[in-house]
Design a protein around this ligand. Structure first.
Ligand SMILES: [Zn+2]
Ligand SMILES: [Zn+2]
Length: 265
């Protein structure tokens, strides 16, 4: 029996209720009066959290495109968790399945968690299913107590960010943080939906991954998804890649090392 057959792809009602309530609250937040100061901080929270999803959850925990000391892995785990995309180990395990069987085009050994057909399945519906709700913890992390703790209690960190936002900026800053989270969700999901449906395919990967410039802008470089599927171990995804630029800076100041670089041609 294949792994796919054993997975329950039914809907997870807790996730559905969460995302419906979240979207209603986020839409209501647009009606909260806020100043440019609140908006600027919301944009800052978006950029920092997207940076840690892209360069931390994705380029480090999933693809190991560089080396990082354990303390910086903890930083990634904490700041990445504030994006409300669960813990780094769950995120990277799910994304590894996506690379193992992109779009379910190869075989059925492993199900692609967010195959882009139909379009909305790849964008959001997949996350409402039970299919990959639990993922096994890879062996290499089983003795990393603090990391496991953060991965398990990831929800503490976005709640803490919300409380801090409210304490420092009242309802307007909390609303700005929630709107920033809304954009984070849809920008990240756009890689699985838009960048698997629209855009160019200069590299032959035998899957639907595309390069899509506007997704690259919104996701700090993740939109060069056709190239990323071509060379997942490259720390650089494309010519406009603020995530990569940030990693080069972190390498220069000695926080990370051994940044994988390939020729983009
Ligand atoms: Zn992909
Ligand atoms: Zn990847």
């Amino acid at each position: 029996m294949s792994t796919v057959a054993q997975l329950d792809s039914g809907f997870d009602w807790k996730s559905i209720v969460y995302f419906i309530i979240f979207h209603c609250v986020a839409v209501a937040c647009f009606f909260v009066p806020m100043s440019w100061y609140h908006i600027a901080i919301g944009i800052g929270m978006y950029v920092i959290r997207m940076f840690y999803i892209s360069t931390g959850y994705h380029r480090f925990f999933t693809h190991r495109t560089y080396d990082a000391p354990y303390w910086y892995q903890i930083v990634i785990a904490v700041l990445g968790s504030t994006a409300v995309q669960r813990g780094p180990l769950w995120w990277s395990a799910v994304h590894a399945l996506h690379h193992a069987n992109p779009d379910n085009t190869h075989d059925n050994r492993t199900a692609d968690p967010h195959k882009p057909e139909p379009f909305w399945e790849g964008h959001i519906i997949w996350i409402l299913r039970k299919t990959h709700n639990t993922m096994p913890i890879p062996k290499k992390y089983q003795d990393k107590k603090l990391l496991l703790l953060i991965d398990k209690y990831h929800i503490v960190f976005p709640i803490a960010l919300g409380v801090i936002s409210f304490l420092f900026g009242g309802l307007p800053l909390l609303a700005s943080m929630i709107i920033s989270t809304l954009f984070l969700y849809h920008a990240t999901w756009s890689v699985n939906s838009f960048a698997h449906t629209f855009g160019s395919q200069p590299y032959q990967n035998h899957d639907n991954a595309r390069n899509l410039w506007w997704v690259a802008i919104l996701t700090l470089g993740e939109g060069w998804h056709n190239y990323h599927h071509h060379r997942p171990r490259d720390s650089r995804f494309g010519w406009f890649d603020p995530g990569y630029w940030g990693l080069v800076f972190l390498e220069k100041i000695g926080i990370i090392s051994n940044l994988n670089r390939y020729s983009l041609s």
